[in-house]
Design a protein around this ligand. Structure first.
Ligand code: UN1
Length: 488
């Protein structure tokens, strides 16, 4: 067995051993295997990191954007080159399949490349002035030291899509990743420093919630970008508002797939399976609710359950595996408790319904792909995010009722609608209240050049990615520009 990777923090360009509590990341498929371990950062480390980011700010902000972008482009090449080995490490630490792990590392490279080229894009605006001899320019400046707090489920892609725009627009960063996935955080930070990022421009502090809270509450942090649970996101956004600094919080989802009578059934089956069970359902964009119209419901649900049963669940390191474990024992218990509560509240288990407590998967944190059909009684599983491979189903009489059920959630991150009828697709665009809508594709997925984020209670503050990222990571200065000579 190889020895675990040593956990280190990056502060002011130095890789340091922490002085906080011991933290260990394990392979959720074989929890006796330790992937990385070491000491957490302390609150004092957070202060040092914020101070280092503050010291590096003036010089980094003054570096031409093309030069800042060149660092991201060089890092992208390194990330891409290492995709096979880091993808396997990602799978080993997080639990998604190796193919998905490699795909995610490549996606991080793509995101770094997108922002690496930002210098070639428009960076401001010019308006006409109502006064002769004047133009009005809108220019952009970095905000300052940015805190980035990221979740376990995309250990490199989500960090890349926050850190890359923050850096390219001239901010400096202190980043706290989830302590369940420190290895990929170290890999990304190394790629960026090896690519030439000056000391202090990116700092990495690994730890649990006290480290995150110390970072989010630090008086010298000028903006916070967070992805994670609704509870923590709201707390961070409230603290940021109290200090008068901007925050973006990407939080929960309870995303519906709507399958209408006229859908291409095979396509819908494929995509609903991907949306619900890829990454073991651990995405804020995962499909966790299914609404299917009555006329096709029996046929669709029987075929969907067959496909879910056929998913090969196992160790993410094996090529044949199609779905790995959930990230931790706490997650496994939480998902099981959610399923049990649903059945007590009247749900019928169509397939799955339990963790694997004996047999070859018993050691790991595995849960079977689960489909539950709900009765008319209220059920928590319809309204509360579970973050696991669990799909809750309701039937609708027609498209209107199906769209109303899709909207029956306090969340509004993403949705998927399956129909071949343009009029119904357009009605979905008009009526379904979400930040990301897929017509005839699964509810997950996000491209780097377009806005990403939720409606309703799924998100707080500006969206991520594309032009939205520029809006968040910069502030504008409106310049009324005249020559020095009156009247000219
Ligand atoms: C995707 O759907 O591919 O935490 C990305 C999450 C989201 C990212 C989803 N912020 O799952």
């Amino acid at each position: 067995m190889t020895s675990p990777n040593e956990l280190r923090h990056l502060i002011a360009g130095q890789w340091l051993v922490g002085a906080g509590d011991m933290v260990t990341s394990v392979n959720p498929a074989r929890p006796r295997v330790v992937v990385a371990e070491g000491h957490c950062a302390t609150v004092a480390d957070v202060s040092h990191a914020v101070a280092a980011a503050g010291e590096a700010l003036t010089s980094w902000a003054g570096t031409p954007i093309h030069q800042r972008g060149a660092v991201l482009l060089a890092a992208a090449d390194a990330v891409e080159r290492n995709a096979p080995s880091w993808g396997l490490e990602l799978a080993t630490e997080e639990g998604k399949t190796t193919a998905e792990g490699i795909g995610e590392v490549r996606r991080a490279a793509q995101i770094l490349r997108y922002y690496g080229n930002e210098g070639d894009r428009q960076s401001g605006e010019i308006f006409a002035s109502p006064r002769a001899g004047e133009q009005i320019l809108v220019t952009r400046k970095p905000i300052g030291v940015v805190a980035v707090i990221t979740p376990f489920n995309f250990p490199i892609a989500i960090p890349a899509w926050k850190i890359a725009p923050a850096l390219v627009y001239g901010n400096t960063v202190v980043w706290k990743p989830a302590s369940t996935v420190p290895l990929l955080a170290i890999r990304l930070a190394e790629a960026l420093t090896d690519a030439g990022l000056p000391p202090g421009v990116l700092n990495l502090v690994i730890g649990d919630s006290p480290v995150g809270a110390a970072l989010a509450d630090h008086p010298d942090v000028a903006a916070i970008s967070f992805t994670g649970s609704t509870t923590v996101g709201r707390r961070i956004a409230a603290a940021a508002a109290a200090r008068g600094v901007p925050a973006q919080a990407e939080m929960g989802g309870k995303n519906a797939a709507v399958v209408l009578d006229d859908a291409d059934i095979d396509l819908a089956l494929d995509q609903v399976i991907l949306g619900a069970f890829r990454s073991t359902g651990q995405k804020c964009t995962a499909t966790s609710r299914l609404i299917v119209t009555e006329r096709i419901a029996d046929r669709f649900l029987a075929a969907l359950s067959d496909r879910a049963r056929a998913i090969v669940v196992g160790d993410p390191a094996h090529d044949a595996t199609q779905m790995g474990p959930v990230v931790s024992q706490a997650a496994q218990r939480c998902v099981q408790a959610g399923i049990d509560a649903a059945t007590e509240q009247g749900a019928t288990v169509l397939t799955g319904g339990a963790a694997y407590l004996d047999g070859p998967l018993a050691d790991g944190y595995f849960v079977a792909p689960t489909i539950l059909e709900l009765s008319d009684a209220p059920a928590d599983i319809w309204s509360e995010e579970l973050f696991g491979p669990v799909l809750a189903v309701k039937r609708a009489t027609d498209a209107d009722q199906a769209f109303a059920l899709a909207n029956d959630s306090e969340f509004g991150l993403s949705a998927a609608v399956f129909t071949q009828d343009l009029t119904r697709a357009l009605a979905a665009v008009e009526h379904i209240d979400v930040g990301v809508l897929h017509i005839n594709s699964e509810s997950a997925g996000a491209d780097p050049h377009v806005p990403f984020g939720g409606a309703k209670k799924s998100g707080l503050g500006p969206k991520e990615q594309g032009g939205a990222a520029r809006d968040f990571f910069t502030h504008t200065t409106t310049v009324y520009l005249r020559g020095g000579q009156p009247g000219v």
